[in-house]
Design a protein around this ligand. Structure first.
Ligand SMILES: Cc1cc2nc3c(=O)[nH]c(=O)nc-3n(C[C@H](O)[C@H](O)[C@H](O)COP(=O)(O)OP(=O)(O)OC[C@H]3O[C@@H](n4cnc5c(N)ncnc54)[C@H](O)[C@@H]3O)c2cc1C
Length: 483
């Protein structure tokens, strides 16, 4: 924190939103200081040898479809060779598995979501027309439709397509699944996608999360970053430094009073930490609003080092970057309803990824890494290892024989690594309809706080959780306009 001529902006927290905000400000000519509590930059974009030497695991985010699709990341062109102007290094490389996602079912072939929309629809048989009419229509609308949902408070770029899509998206996945699809397979695949929302599937807008992810599978794929998600954070930090930004890690900010003077302060923090660091400066009404902000369920995450590929009963599942384990719509509904009610499901819905299928460099030759989590009540201390592994064994008998090492992160361990993961909530707050509109408050500019020059840019602002950098982009643009 030494810059003699001071800073125009200080960004607290280096998750994807903090990094995008810092780069946006620095590229607009502002003198930026970035402060990060952890020993490394990246927040949700971290890669570590969690199990054994040579096995590189994404600690948090790994499937970066939202990053590829988002206007914030598209505008940065991180994937262009030489994208890093400071070092001239090659940019981020997106690694695609042969198949975006698979959803195994008992006693029948898995549902496979290919990059190719038509092939996916065809394989859904009686549900082909439904897939084309909803997912297909949105894919045809392309970037303008995706942008409309990732920048929900900006004028819609594709109003008609968005209105059509929005009508289906508003419904609970439990309702849309049963009315749109005629087969167990169509219903299950929607449920697997919608359950990313961490909501009870009887809640409004859960279809929206599911449909948007399905659209992205065809529109941009569901890639990972070659070498691990950390490479995306590293590219953003390099871009920031090349534009004159100063970066400090291992520096938890306890109070805004510690910060050097700056016209703008952008907090890549959730409301609970905003109250901790800025509480005494905020008007009582805004403080009350932040203290009422709701956090969603937590996750229990496992990473494995494996001696070989997972022995899926249906070999097509072995080609998928992401696998949704949980069976039918009814089973997944039950699992998510249990979590919403504060209980631990006996057969949890498990979101699993196979990073080495897309990017073999993450493990020694012939070996594999595997990443999975299930939802648990916020703050849960229950070890879900057996329940998660039982769901894998259900569709891949013999899986446990391949395990060389495993590493678990429950809610408390996740929060200890990153204070934003309150009670293990990975979305920066519940993704419900109420909180989609009030994130963290009703306002055309929810990134601004009532304190001039103080902004929130984290996933606790629109559009919410995921690696898309849109909270950071919007907060930085607002700061550039106002300060
Ligand atoms: C296990 C897991 C799996 C996930 N999988 C995916 C996925 O596959 N795809 C996807 O798109 N998203 C995924 N996510 C969600 C995604 O990681 C987050 O939505 C995203 O990282 C949020 O970005 P952010 O910038 O708002 O905050 P974060 O990434 O949480 O970053 C916040 C940063 O602020 C720092 N910080 C906190 N307090 C302070 C302080 N007082 N002083 C200084 N620094 C501070 C933290 O250390 C952290 O580095 C996953 C998350 C987890 C945990």
């Amino acid at each position: 924190m030494s810059r003699a001529d001071g800073f125009d902006a200080v960004v607290v927290g280096s998750g994807p939103n903090g990094l995008v905000a810092a780069v946006t400000l620095a590229e607009a000519g502002r003198r930026v200081l970035l402060l990060e509590a952890a020993g490394r930059f990246g927040g949700g974009l971290r890669t570590e040898e969690l199990t054994l030497p040579g096995f590189r695991h994404d600690v948090c985010a790994t499937v970066l479809a939202l990053a590829v699709a988002s206007p914030a990341f598209r505008g940065l062109h991180l994937d262009r060779p030489g994208a890093d102007p400071g070092t001239g290094r090659a940019g981020v490389e997106w690694a695609h598995a042969p198949v975006a996602a698979a959803h195994p079912l008992d006693g029948q072939p898995a549902v496979v979501v290919h990059r190719d929309l038509e092939r996916t629809a065809r394989e859904l048989g009686k549900d082909a027309a439904a897939w084309r009419a909803t997912v297909g229509a949105a894919v045809r609308a392309g970037d303008p439709l995706v942008d409309t949902f990732l920048a929900p408070l900006s004028p819609p770029r594709a109003p008609l397509a968005a209105a059509r899509f929005g009508a289906a998206a508003a419904l609970p996945a439990a309702v849309l699944g049963r009315t749109l699809f005629r087969t167990e397979r169509g219903r299950a695949v929607l449920a697997g996608m919608a359950a990313h929302s961490m909501l009870d599937l009887r809640s409004p807008i859960t279809s929206g999360y599911g449909l948007l992810l399905a659209v992205l599978a065809h529109h941009v794929g569901w890639p990972m970053a070659a070498g691990g998600s950390q490479t995306v954070a590293d590219a953003l930090v390099a871009r920031l430094v090349a534009n004159g930004g100063e970066v400090v890690s291992g520096h938890p900010v306890q109070d805004l009073k510690e910060l050097p003077p700056a016209r703008s302060v952008l907090l890549d923090l959730t409301p609970r930490q905003v109250l901790d660091v800025a509480g005494d400066r905020l008007p009582p009404r805004y403080r009350r609003r932040l203290s009422r902000f709701r956090y969603g369920p937590g996750v229990f995450k496992l990473d494995w080092a494996l001696s070989g590929p997972v022995p899926w009963r249906d070999p097509s599942v072995g080609l998928a970057g992401t696998v949704h384990l949980g069976g039918t719509l009814e089973e997944i509904m039950l699992s998510e309803a249990e979590v919403a009610a504060g209980r631990h499901p006996a057969r949890p819905y498990v979101l699993l990824t196979q990073p080495t299928v897309a990017d073999p460099t993450r493990a020694p030759e012939g070996r594999h890494v595997l990443w999975a989590y299930c939802h648990v009540p916020n703050g849960s201390a229950r070890d879900m290892t057996d329940a998660i592994e039982a769901q894998i064994e259900r569709f891949a008998p013999g899986f446990r024989d391949l395990v060389l090492a495993r590493h678990a992160l429950g809610p408390a361990a996740l929060q200890a690594r990153n204070a934003n993961l309150v009670g293990g909530d990975i979305g920066g707050g519940e993704a419900s309809l109420a909180q989609f509109a009030r994130r963290p408050r009703y306002s055309p500019h929810p990134w601004a706080t009532p304190v001039p020059g103080l902004y929130i840019c984290s996933s606790s602002t629109p559009p919410g959780g995921g690696v898309h950098g849109m909270g950071g982009l919007q907060a930085a643009r607002l700061a550039l306009r106002r300060d």
